[in-house]
Write a protein that binds this ligand. Structure first.
Ligand SMILES: *Cc1c(COP(=O)(O)O)cnc(C)c1O
Length: 294
């Protein structure tokens, strides 16, 4: 079975009064439609890691994450789909929630590790697995092989865009996008909306992935207090956006990136006629931890 979904996520044009008023074109790359649980950029990041694992005849994937990690769930589901045994090390005390239940349902073996031990993930791997048999996948899918898959987002685009926006956690997705823009000599400006407070670590991480962070425009003022933090204004924006487009977004990642884009449009950040693409990075299961906030 080949390691792909044989499906390019569609690009959809948004039609909203704000966009007509400011005369900009906004399209959404619907990576949320790739798969319900191997969601969006998490599939992009896993694709070449899994491809390499298969080539090297490794049958086990080992990865790490918080109790609400989209990456853990994506790895569990991809393991079931493509024939790998999966192990997930979860940061912190034992808890139960719908994400972890789905991970188990997909066959992932979960172990909780206290925060001190969790800091040294490589040691946890080395104590439990053999390098020849198992693949170490970093938290959030961060890594060089992961950027390769994210480059394909740009390869799939049907037309030129002046700007591309993406939400950033580890910065892997935006690095892949930026790297494809450079490789193809495109003039597209790449924008990152960090969802964590203090985006400086992000720049050095992006550099370790081989991309010059100075070519990316960071909009660091849209974290709403930090990772998984939100305000009433963010929730109101999400509700309004979902109701006026039919496209679901959530408060942890896409709510913040879409908010940032719409806010910049309302402040006349763009030139008349600009063509803007925003990547819907998926992760809608993030809602499961926040369903009672709406
Ligand atoms: C994990 C995730 C991100 C962050 O991607 P990075 O490559 O870590 O920057 C963005 N959006 C969604 C929906 C995610 O699940």
């Amino acid at each position: 079975m080949s390691l792909d979904f044989h499906f390019n996520s569609p690009v959809e044009v948004l039609d909203l009064p704000l966009l007509r008023e400011h005369q900009v074109h906004v399209s959404v790359k619907r990576d949320d439609l790739i798969h319900p649980f191997i969601s969006g950029n998490k599939w992009r990041k896993l694709k070449y890691v899994l491809t390499r694992a298969r080539e090297e005849h490794k049958h086990t994937l080992v990865t790490f994450g918080g109790a609400w990690s989209n990456h853990l769930l994506a790895t569990a589901c991809a393991g079931a789909r493509f024939g790998f045994k999966t192990y997930g090390f979860v940061r912190g005390e034992a808890v139960s929630n719908p994400i972890l239940t789905m991970c188990r349902l997909y066959g992932m073996d979960l172990q909780f590790v206290d925060r001190t031990r969790y800091r040294d993930k490589k040691t946890i791997f080395d104590q439990n697995f053999l390098e020849q048999e198992a693949v170490y996948i970093d938290e959030g899918g961060f890594g060089q092989a992961a950027t390769l898959g994210c480059e394909e987002i740009v390869h799939e685009l049907p037309q030129h865009f002046d700007h591309i926006f993406v939400a950033s956690g580890t910065g892997t997705t935006v690095s892949g996008v930026a790297s494809a823009i450079i490789n193809h000599n495109l003039s597209t400006k790449v924008h990152s909306v960090p969802v964590l407070k203090g985006g400086d670590f992000l720049k050095s991480d992006i550099r370790t992935l081989g991309v010059d962070p100075d070519m990316i425009c960071f909009h660091t003022e849209y974290h709403f207090g930090g990772y998984a933090k939100y305000t009433a204004e963010l929730l109101a924006f999400i509700k309004d956006f979902v109701q006026s487009t039919g496209i679901m977004i959530e408060p942890i990642y896409t709510g913040k990136s879409f908010y940032a884009l719409m806010d910049l449009i309302s402040k006349n950040y763009f030139a008349t006629g600009d063509r803007i693409l925003i990547i819907h990075t998926g992760g809608l299961t993030g809602f499961l931890g926040m369903y009672d906030k709406f």
